[in-house]
Design a protein around this ligand. Structure first.
Ligand SMILES: Cc1cc2nc3c(=O)[nH]c(=O)nc-3n(C[C@H](O)[C@H](O)[C@H](O)COP(=O)(O)OP(=O)(O)OC[C@H]3O[C@@H](n4cnc5c(N)ncnc54)[C@H](O)[C@@H]3O)c2cc1C
Length: 435
């Protein structure tokens, strides 16, 4: 990363913004804000795009309008959490810390908050592909997103009922899906085995050719637009009448007119330091296994209903991804969970996948207990917040960037406004977590 600094490190103006976090959220915001005329600096403790945004499944999951948990899984939850190799795992050492998060999750399963989470997810997902098109067009990056749809497939006859029920629930939320028989799915994806009985096709979904290529393209475009990058960790921050001070681990304090907190799963401490509000942010750790020898095996992303994981075709191979692990931010990864994805794939294809040169990975999904991100401004607009996008950060990044660009110019008539997405942001407010 280069470390040139357009805003003098001592003084700040109210026309400069410092973004903490160069994940997919920070980078899309950097580009939107710089295109709106802001002087933008991005701080990250590692190279851009190396957090959760590096290894996600690349699925533009507009169909996922339901929160991560609903009342129907309550009975199955204890058994699922106890199974060390299951798709959902709780490290019991993390349990005391996670308890308040789980308590809020359960509280949010009541009908009214659950329905408001569905509405909040829908409101972000519906405009998300259009926002991505606008952003990718602006950087000549349309080839990075394939708008070919995706499948949710099932193998067991008894799952047909589940699929039918899901399709009706989705239809009630205006999510378009088509039921396809197994043979029709195999016509489209001939490598799939006879075990696939059928599934739902989601025509209004997409996938990216590789998440890192997207963040790299955004980084290069942002640099070309004058955004500067500095590699260092933000340790804490304060807001005063003139602006914001960010204390750095290895470099002088950064002064800035506005700050955007976009540190993904690591956003809680800085948010508390800047706003005084404790956010119940936890992480759902997820894994992938990248298979470089499996280029071209699938035409679109395919999720298995029973096996609960996704397989996405990428430029550099097939990515198997999924699983949810509650083990906090500090415990080492258990890469057996990534290798388990290969075992899960057995039987789904006519021939087993080639795992030569496969590479496992683990990343931290930033998750709030109501399944909605925080997209907000605080402290008279000096602090902007965009984090907590859990399983949908890639999907919702471009729309989040448009919303943040709108928030940044609130009350400032001198900045040209170019809002594309205008949403009621009340569901994404920081203050929903104020005690
Ligand atoms: C296995 C898996 C599969 C997924 N699949 C999908 C999918 O198919 N579709 C989808 O939409 N989403 C998916 N997601 C979710 C998505 O990846 C995340 O929601 C998204 O990447 C979050 O982006 P972010 O920018 O908020 O966080 P990150 O990408 O984690 O970026 C945060 C950045 O902040 C930096 N940072 C943190 N603290 C500090 C600090 N104090 N100082 C400086 N820098 C700091 C980090 O270094 C990091 O670069 C998946 C996630 C996982 C783990």
């Amino acid at each position: 990363m280069d470390s040139q600094d357009p805003a003098s490190s001592g003084a700040s103006t109210n026309r400069d913004i410092t973004i903490v976090g160069a994940g997919i959220i920070g980078l899309t915001c950097a580009l939107s804000l710089s295109r709106q005329g802001w002087r933008v600096r991005v701080l990250d403790k590692q190279a851009p795009g190396m957090g959760a945004s590096y290894g996600n499944a690349g699925h533009m999951a507009t169909e996922q309008v339901f929160p991560i948990a609903d009342a129907s899984i309550l009975m199955r939850l204890p058994k699922m959490l106890m199974d060390p190799t299951g798709p959902l795992r709780l490290d019991w050492r993390h349990f005391p810390k996670a308890l308040p998060w789980f308590a809020r999750l359960l509280w949010n399963l009541r009908s009214t908050p659950y329905q408001s989470s569905v509405a909040g997810l829908r409101a972000l997902n519906e405009p998300s592909l259009a926002a991505w098109r606008r952003l990718l067009d602006a950087i000549n990056g349309r080839h990075l997103m394939k708008e070919d749809g995706s499948f949710l497939v099932y193998e067991e006859e008894r799952s047909r009922e589940t699929i039918n029920a899901l399709q009706s629930r989705m239809a009630s939320q205006q999510v378009t899906s088509e039921y396809w028989q197994g043979d029709a799915i195999r016509d489209k994806a001939p490598q799939l085995s006879e075990r696939i009985q059928g599934g739902l096709f989601f025509p209004e979904t997409a996938h990216v050719v590789n998440p890192w290529q997207v963040t790299d393209a955004l980084t290069q475009a942002a640099k070309a637009h004058g955004v500067t990058f500095q590699q260092d960790e933000v340790v804490s921050g304060d807001v005063d009448a003139q602006g914001v001070s960010l204390r750095m681990a290895n470099s002088p304090t950064v002064r800035t007119g506005k700050v955007l907190v976009a540190c993904g799963a690591h956003s809680a401490a800085l948010t508390t330091a800047l706003t005084g509000i404790n956010v119940p942010l936890d992480t759902e750790r997820g894994y992938h296994l990248m298979l470089p020898r499996e280029r071209g095996r699938l035409p679109v992303a395919i999720t298995s209903l029973e096996r609960r994981f996704i397989m996405t075709p990428m430029d550099d191979g097939l990515r198997l991804a999924g699983t949810v692990e509650f083990a906090g931010l500090h415990r080492p990864p258990n890469m057996d969970r990534a290798w388990k994805l290969q075992r899960l794939s057995q039987g789904l294809f006519k021939d087993d996948l080639d795992i030569a040169d496969a590479s496992p990975w683990m990343g931290f999904r930033p998750s709030l207990p109501d399944s909605l991100p925080i997209i907000d401004s605080a402290k008279d607009g000096k602090v902007l917040l965009a984090f907590g996008h859990h399983h949908l950060g890639l999907t919702q990044a471009a729309v989040t960037a448009e919303l943040i660009a709108n928030l940044a110019i609130q009350g400032d008539s001198s900045v040209p406004s170019a809002p594309h997405t205008a949403l009621d942001l009340s569901s994404y407010r920081l203050h929903r977590f104020a005690a």
